[in-house]
Design a protein around this ligand. Structure first.
Ligand code: NAP
Length: 311
């Protein structure tokens, strides 16, 4: 391994691996710090927690999320990207070359591309129920609820997709949403609304979990209009209420917005010259696998041009 890397890419997912493909094809021998997976054994970002991806161009029959990530990783490796399945635990962007720590090791980099994505948001009331009766991953935990009644909260595409997926196992899926209108795209809404195993509870939020961890018996729901509360029996709860950017390690090192997303300056550049970012870690608008991949490509091209300009 060279003492100083041309490019270290932090994060996998469509953005990180696509940045890796472009940087590797540019002979920059990138190192990709993939992370360690989010509740699954192999990293690769949010698509590791998905089943069918039907809207990634080039796959007319759809592709499984983990399979797509495996293909992207192999494509980056084919051109010489080195992949390490560890989290970056600390960065120092005040030094040149930059310093990135992982697994009690340190790597130096002339340029860094951040593609750390975002993680599922929790309600903040989970306590001991986190991962024990309450889950953020239907793909991972749905099979535990065979012939049972589960609640899923959220009104976006993830909630609709996961509600539909959960009907493969659960006998009844109740979508709890805080408004009367879904945020999800029409096609996803229609699919869920047509599913006889799915019903909807409008204007409700979960205030409390009932029962014991691993033996959840229900939730306390609050009506967002009247403020009234009532117990609602169920066997498990799935959360699909959006994501928070994975930028903890960059706090104080680069400019972030109030929600923690990286603030790009021009194209994929950040306020630290030589540090670039792409994918869900900057994107609050599109948040699609294909847009993340495109931003990873852009970040690699920007980093390559910046490195050339330094020489
Ligand atoms: P999202 O679109 O941000 O939706 C989050 C949902 O959770 C919203 O309905 C929101 O309610 C609700 N919510 C947020 N905080 C809450 C809280 N504290 N309590 C209760 N409810 C809360 O997130 P997403 O569904 O994960 O989707 C993210 C992006 O990925 C979107 O662009 C989506 O299109 C995309 N996506 C695409 C696919 C696909 O095409 N196959 C699948 C999944 C996701 P409000 O509506 O009231 O704000």
């Amino acid at each position: 391994m060279p003492d100083v890397r041309n490019i270290v890419i932090i994060g996998s997912g469509p953005a990180g691996f696509t940045a890796g493909i472009y940087a590797a094809r540019g002979n920059l021998e990138p190192l990709i710090l993939e992370g360690e997976g989010m509740g699954v054994e192999i990293p690769g970002g949010q698509l590791m927690l998905t089943t069918d991806v039907e809207n990634y161009p080039g796959f007319p029959e759809g592709v499984q999320g983990p399979e797509l990530m495996d293909l992207l990783r192999k494509q980056a490796q084919r051109f010489g990207a080195e992949c390490i399945q560890k989290y970056a635990t600390k960065v120092d962007f005040s030094k040149r070359p930059f310093v990135v720590e992982y697994n009690e090791k340190t790597v130096q980099a002339k340029a860094v591309i951040i593609c750390t994505g975002a993680s599922a948001r929790w309600l903040g009331i989970e306590g001991d129920f986190m991962g024990r009766g309450v889950s953020t991953c239907a793909t991972c935990d749905g099979a535990f609820y065979r012939e049972q009644h589960v609640v899923i909260t959220g009104g976006g595409d993830s909630a609709m997709e996961e509600a539909t997926f959960l009907t493969k196992f659960a006998s009844r899926v109740t979508v709890v949403h805080r408004r009367e209108e879904l945020r999800a795209s029409k096609i996803m809404q229609d699919r869920a609304r047509k599913n006889e195993r799915i019903d909807f509870l409008w204007n409700k939020t979960i205030k409390q979990y009932l029962g014991e961890p691993s033996k959840l018996t229900g939730v306390l729901l609050e009506d967002t209009k009247s403020g009234e509360t009532a117990e609602f029996a169920c066997d498990g709860v799935f959360l699909a209420i959006g994501h928070v950017p994975n930028t903890e390690v960059f706090k104080g090192q680069i400019d972030l917005d109030d929600a923690g997303y990286i603030l790009p300056t021009k194209h994929t550049a950040t306020n630290v010259e030589g540090v670039f970012a792409g994918g869900d870690v900057v994107d609050t608008r599109y948040r699609q696998a294909i847009t993340a991949a495109a931003m990873g490509c852009e970040a690699a091209i920007d980093a390559e041009r910046w490195l050339e300009a330094q020489e």
